[in-house]
Design a protein around this ligand. Structure first.
Ligand code: GDP
Length: 427
């Protein structure tokens, strides 16, 4: 992926998240100097398998598992300082050296205890199916220009003022939900005073650090969380996350210019999953979904929730290719389809008797349409040991060829198992 001319690469999910971005970032980080998270918060959950160990990272870029790679949490992230340090402590316990190579943007907004409470107690959050980590309420405060940023922790009086009005507002809202829970200013302040001592030494102008590193020739990987169809502008609104997950958000959320991005890799599963509520046009009936879920271990890394499963939707991924400017696709979990006697690709939707091949903006339309499928023969043999394209069964190659043609994007990686080495590189 990285080359002489390709120095800054974005990795985005091109479906509804959980595409296996963690594994791709982990593989690409081997040749990166910097890995940067640019949006979302502790609602993301990347699972990386190193040897027999399974490591789940929520906020820290998975590049941290590669010695010498510098990692940063960009200004576009809403940072939960409490769980950040749990994650750091866990990594240190596993023998990962974090010291001196993890930075946090001083402009990043903080997720505070009252954001989590509001998320957990708000019936509207439950209807969307949020993870309850306070991400939405923290972004709401950011956009309403009343958030607490990392750099505010350098000014205790300013923080107290912000927290006092935040707590006041949160308690009024909790009351309006009919909740009995309340927040205390002193509890929030005590937490912040304790965490500031550890957080402030990590605080930097991350955009400037990346700019300088790029100037010195560094390879920079920008790591997205969630997926393109959960983007607050381009996803299945209102069943979306509260940030821009797509590549435009990468520039804004890392603090670098859009023109510095050289390549955008879209990660997709060989099928489709979605966690939480909202439309999923290719959703399978429960028996087939259960089979795919078991084979693919489709349970959320953050919440353990079973994921909804469906066939690969080429309309969705072609749309994601367009809004992200994807330069390549990484197809993961091809091995999960190994036992199916036939496999399907969704090529369009019929709605009111008409065929649509572009993704609609209105979720109500998505609920009513009928997916149109193209069926291909399954390969019914293991792909887990394939390391070159030639190692794949003929039917699997035909399936990937059709996917590439329908999505109009070249495939640069195919992943055939959870381990780092179970990958075919095609670039
Ligand atoms: P992310 O948030 O996009 O990183 O995705 P998750 O970490 O939630 O889910 C990816 C899961 O799929 C992890 O458990 C990975 O180990 C696993 N995974 C990634 N690539 C493959 C693959 O090619 N085959 C199989 N069977 N599992 C994979």
């Amino acid at each position: 992926m990285f080359g002489e001319r390709t120095r800054t690469v974005v990795v985005v999910g091109a479906q509804w998240g959980d595409e296996g971005k963690g594994k791709l970032v982990d593989v690409l980080a081997e040749r990166a100097d910097w890995v940067v998270r640019y949006q979302g918060g502790a609602n993301a959950g990347h699972t990386v398998h190193v040897g027999d160990e399974q490591i789940v990272l929520h906020q820290i870029p998975s590049g941290i598992l590669h010695p010498g790679v510098r990692c940063a949490i960009g200004n576009g992230v809403v940072l939960d300082p409490d769980t950040l340090f749990d994650e750091i402590d866990e990594l240190v316990k596993d023998g990962v050296d974090v010291e001196g190579r993890l930075y946090v943007s001083d402009r990043a907004h903080l997720v505070l205890p009252y954001h989590k409470l509001l998320d957990a107690e708000n019936p509207a959050s439950k209807a969307i199916g949020t993870t309850g980590r306070g991400i939405g309420p923290a972004y709401e405060d950011k956009v309403a220009r009343r958030g607490v940023r990392v750099l505010d922790l350098r000014h205790p009086a300013r923080v107290r003022e912000l927290v006092e009005s935040g707590v006041h507002r949160a308690n009024a809202e909790l009351q309006s939900f009919g909740s009995k829970v309340r927040v205390e200013v002193d509890d929030v302040m005590a937490l912040l005073v304790r965490l500031a001592q550890r957080l402030l030494p990590l605080a930097e102008d991350v955009g400037l650090l990346i700019h300088r590193a790029r100037g010195a020739g560094a390879a920079v990987l920008l790591e997205g969380a969630q997926g393109s169809l959960l983007d607050v502008d381009h996803g299945t609104y209102p069943f979306v996350t509260s940030s821009n997950t797509t590549s435009g958000g990468a520039a804004v959320g890392a603090g670098i210019a859009p023109t510095t991005i050289d390549a955008v890799l879209g990660v997709v599963k060989a099928y489709t999953t979605r966690v939480g509520n909202g439309p999923l046009p290719t959703e399978l009936d429960e028996a087939m979904a259960e089979r795919m879920r078991k084979l693919g271990n489709e349970y959320g890394a953050t919440t353990g929730r079973p994921r909804r499963c469906g066939w690969f939707d080429a309309v969705v991924v072609r749309y994601a290719a367009r809004v992200n400017g994807l330069t390549g696709l990484a197809v993961t979990k091809l091995d999960v389809l190994d036992t199916f006697d036939r496999v399907a690709l969704c090529t369009g939707y019929t709605f009111n008797g008409e065929l649509h091949t572009e993704f609609p903006g209105d979720v109500a339309a998505l609920e009513e349409l009928e997916p149109r499928y193209e069926w291909l023969d399954g390969w019914q043999q293991s792909t887990a040991d394939a390391r070159r394209l030639e190692d794949l069964p003929h039917a699997a190659r035909l399936y990937l060829d059709r996917m590439r043609a329908l999505v109009e994007t070249p495939i640069t990686y195919v992943s055939v198992g959870t381990r780092r080495d179970q990958i075919i590189g095609l670039d």
